[in-house]
Design a protein around this ligand. Sequence first.
Ligand code: DGY
Length: 433
Amino acid sequence: MTGVRPDINAQSRDADLYARAERILRDNDRGGYTVPTKGLYPFQWNWDSCLTALGQRHFDEARAWTEIETLLAHQWADGMVPHIVFHEIDEGYFPGPGVWQCGGATPTSGITQPPVMGFVLQRLYAEARDQAAARTRALALVPKADAWHHWFYAHRDPRGSGLVAILHPWESGRDNSVDWDAALMRVPADGVAPYRRRDTEHVDAAERPTQAEYDRYLWLVQHFRGLGWNSAELHDASPFRVVDPGFNAILVRSDSALAELAEAIGLGDIAARARARVSRARAAFPALWNEDAGQYVCLDRVTGEQIDSRSIGGLLPAFAGLGDMDRLADTIAARRGHVAFGVPSHDPADVRFEKRRYWRGPVWLIVNQMLADGLRRHGRVEAADAIVADSMALIRRSGFAEYYDPTDGGALGGPHFTWTAAMVMELLVGKRG
Ligand code: DGY
């Protein structure tokens, strides 16, 4: 133990949950980086790692900073921070480095993931017990996070709309959301080299994306690989270009946090750049609002049209306090009202909702945390408390799963899951969400 024990009654049920969460973070620690779960995800994932640091800080602050330093040690020269760093050889995961072919002494994937890093860095710094150490580490990391954010607007918003596009469903982190169905089906599936999926050897296929989706995920990887992973070319060359309100909201929240942190440590230029990006993005957000849905929706940048899909991505702007928070809180409450445990990742009233299949219905604790955090920050305390109550009920019922069935609270996906444990620590110790 290197940190300070949380202020929770040692005999309580919470103390037991905290101890279990800490054990998961330690079990999944590979020394410098943490795997999301053994077997299914045996490498370092970008947004998993950043959110993991939020948990680690409660028992070992220095280790939390290391998690992000390790990730950023593999940032590309152009600023991109890859979604996977393949620290070790592990044939139990597909697609591995041989498919990506991105090079590097430690290979990485060639796409990115939701940029929660700025938000996490600011929290690590603002609540650090060792302020001097935090300042030193933040001074080294903030310029790198700024370079990543700059990369987004340079390469994923080449016409300067103020909003960035994802080019692969894996970039959203919500791999098989209904949001991508129409755009993904425009991606060809022919010419994909024969492959063997490994995810369904670890987890029931009914809880994972379909084969038709995987074929297209792989087609996109092959396509980008054929373009030499040149960021300047990929946007216009991709048949899949979607503006996701969830992804953009995370970027806005992280850029606001980065501005605050940069200001606090004397990096005024970075703070000004981050604020300018936030202003442009905020001004562009109304284009994603859908009045009938009572939420934001994705924009298909290929067709220029809004996508008819009411997913959790369109509620995540609450994390950044974007738009009409009362409307968002009402829609979130309505979604919770359809199920036993909220917040479902897709509208249960939609025929495309699937309660067990990954991002097409199940509840994810990390999303619950972001929603609750944003709602509380913007004064919707009751709405935040309701989400926290659902989160704790899920944990108590089914433990530290990757995701949960919103109808009966059953555990789904990988077990012993790192970011779920990190979020539980935030709930118990950080009093967050
Ligand atoms: C997977 O392999 O399921 C991941 O979500 C891709 O990053």
